[in-house]
Design a protein. Structure first.
Length: 393
C-alpha cells in the first residue's frame, strides 16, 4: 500500500514542478501584456457605456476616450511609457503599460472632476456637465433605504437605545452607497476580477497543453516508471518537501491577488531596509499605489528618498525571482533523477499510441499548481500514518 502512496507522491512532485513553471510563465505573461490594466480599462469603458442618464458617455467613442484618460491619469499611473523613450516602442504595447492596474471610487470621482475641466472635454458640448452631474448623482438605493426606514411602523415603537444602533447602521450603509457612480463601479469591478481570472486560467491551460506537446511528457510512462523503479520513487518522495517549500513562495496565499501581495511585501521590506518607523500598508495593488503611499506617508525628504531607493531595489529583486524559481524547480527535479527525455516522445515507438498519455498530461497540468499542491500536501501528511501502520503489521 505504501508503494501506491509513494507513487502518487512522486507523480504529484513532477506535476507540481511542471505546474509551478506554468504558473511562473503565466505571471510573467500577465505582467508583460499588462492584463490587469487592460481588463480594468475594459471594465471602466463598459461602465461608462451602460451608465443611465449619460447619453454622451454611453457612446463607444466617448466611453473609450474617458476610460483611457482615467487610467493614464498621473494621479494613479506613473508608467515610464508615459514619457518619450529613446528606443522605439510599439504604440499598442506602450498604451497597455500606461494603464493603471488599480483604482478606487474616490480616485475615479476626483479624476472625472479634473477631466471635466480640460480643454479637450470643454470642446465637446455637454460632456463636462454630464461628468459633473454623474459624480454628484445620488444612488437611488439610498432613497429607498431611507424611505423603508422612516416609514417602518415598528420604528415608532423602538426604545431610544434600540433605535440608535439601527440609525448608525443605516447611516453607514448610506455612506457606502452614497453615489450612483460608486454603486455601478463596485458591480463593474466584480466583473473585471472575473474576467482577469478567466484570462489567467486560459493562459494556464494553454501553457499546460504546450508543455505536454513540446516535451511529450507521458503520464502512463511516468506512472509506470515511478511504480516499478523503487529508487526513482524514493528520490521523488525525498524531493517533496523542497517542492512544497518552493510552492509556498510562488503561489499567492489567501484571497489577495499575487501582484497585490508582491507590491505590499516589497513596500514593507523597503521600509524595514530603510529603517523607517512608519507602519507599512496592508493592501498595495500596484506600483503607482506603492509610490503614492511613500509620498503621502513619509514626509522627511531624505527618508522618502531612502525608502524609494529600497523599494526600487526590492521590486527588481522580486521580478528576477521568477526566473530563479523556475531554475530552482529544474534543480530539484534534476537532483531527484527526473529527466524529461526519458518520459517524452519516444522516436523508436509509433506516435499514435503515445498521444493518449501526452493528452492526459496536458489535462492534468491544466488543473493548476494549487490542485497538485493540495494533493502533495495531503499525500505527504498521510504517509507517516500509513508507514507506521505498515511497520506494525
Amino acid at each position: 500500500m505504501l508503494a501506491y502512496l509513494d507513487t502518487l507522491i512522486g507523480f504529484a512532485v513532477v506535476m507540481l514542478g511542471a505546474s509551478l513553471i506554468i504558473t511562473i510563465l503565466t505571471q510573467m505573461v500577465s505582467a508583460l501584456l499588462s492584463h490587469r490594466g487592460a481588463n480594468l480599462k475594459w471594465g471602466i469603458e463598459n461602465l461608462f457605456k451602460h451608465l443611465p442618464s449619460c447619453p454622451l458617455l454611453n457612446t463607444a467613442e466617448h466611453a473609450a476616450m474617458v476610460a483611457k484618460d482615467v487610467l493614464t491619469h498621473p494621479l494613479i499611473s506613473d508608467s515610464i511609457f508615459s514619457m518619450k523613450l529613446p528606443i522605439p516602442i510599439p504604440e499598442w504595447f506602450a498604451e497597455r503599460f500606461k494603464l493603471a492596474t488599480a483604482i478606487d471610487p474616490d480616485e475615479l470621482v476626483a479624476i472625472l472632476k479634473d477631466l471635466a475641466t480640460r480643454p479637450a472635454y470643454q470642446a465637446i458640448a455637454g460632456l463636462p456637465a454630464e461628468l459633473d452631474a454623474l459624480v454628484s448623482a445620488q444612488n437611488p438605493a439610498v432613497d429607498r433605504r431611507l424611505a423603508l426606514l422612516t416609514t417602518a411602523p415598528a420604528l415608532a415603537n423602538l426604545h431610544l437605545d434600540q433605535a440608535v444602533p439601527l440609525l448608525h447602521e443605516t447611516v453607514r450603509a448610506v455612506q457606502d452607497e452614497a453615489g450612483k457612480l460608486e454603486a455601478w463601479f463596485n458591480a463593474t469591478m466584480d466583473r473585471v476580477s472575473q474576467r482577469f481570472t478567466t484570462y489567467v486560467r486560459l493562459w494556464t491551460v494553454g501553457f499546460g497543453v504546450a508543455l505536454a506537446i513540446i516535451t511529450g511528457l507521458n503520464t502512463v510512462t511516468l506512472l509506470n516508471r515511478i511504480y516499478t523503479n523503487g529508487d526513482f520513487r524514493q528520490q521523488l518522495v525525498g524531493a517533496a518537501p523542497e517542492v512544497r517549500d518552493l510552492t509556498n513562495k510562488v503561489l499567492p496565499e489567501g484571497s489577495k491577488p499575487v501582484l497585490t501581495q508582491m507590491y505590499t511585501a516589497a513596500l514593507a521590506k523597503a521600509l524595514t531596509d530603510a529603517k523607517s518607523s512608519v507602519t507599512p500598508a496592508t493592501d498595495i495593488a500596484s506600483d503607482s499605489a506603492a509610490r503614492d503611499w511613500i509620498k503621502a506617508n513619509i514626509t522627511d525628504a531624505a527618508q522618502q528618498t531612502a525608502v524609494t531607493a529600497a523599494y526600487n531595489k526590492e521590486i527588481e529583486a522580486t521580478l528576477n525571482q521568477g526566473v530563479q524559481n523556475a531554475a530552482a524547480v529544474r534543480n530539484i527535479l534534476t537532483k531527484a533523477s527526473f529527466d524529461i527525455s526519458q518520459f517524452g516522445w519516444d522516436p523508436k515507438q509509433p506516435v499514435l499510441p503515445q498521444i493518449p498519455g501526452v493528452l492526459a498530461t496536458a489535462a492534468l497540468l491544466s488543473l493548476g499548481a494549487p490542485f497538485w499542491f493540495n494533493i502533495l500536501k495531503q499525500a505527504t501528511n498521510l504517509r507517516p500514518v500509513l508507514a507506521k501502520k505498515q511497520d506494525t503489521e
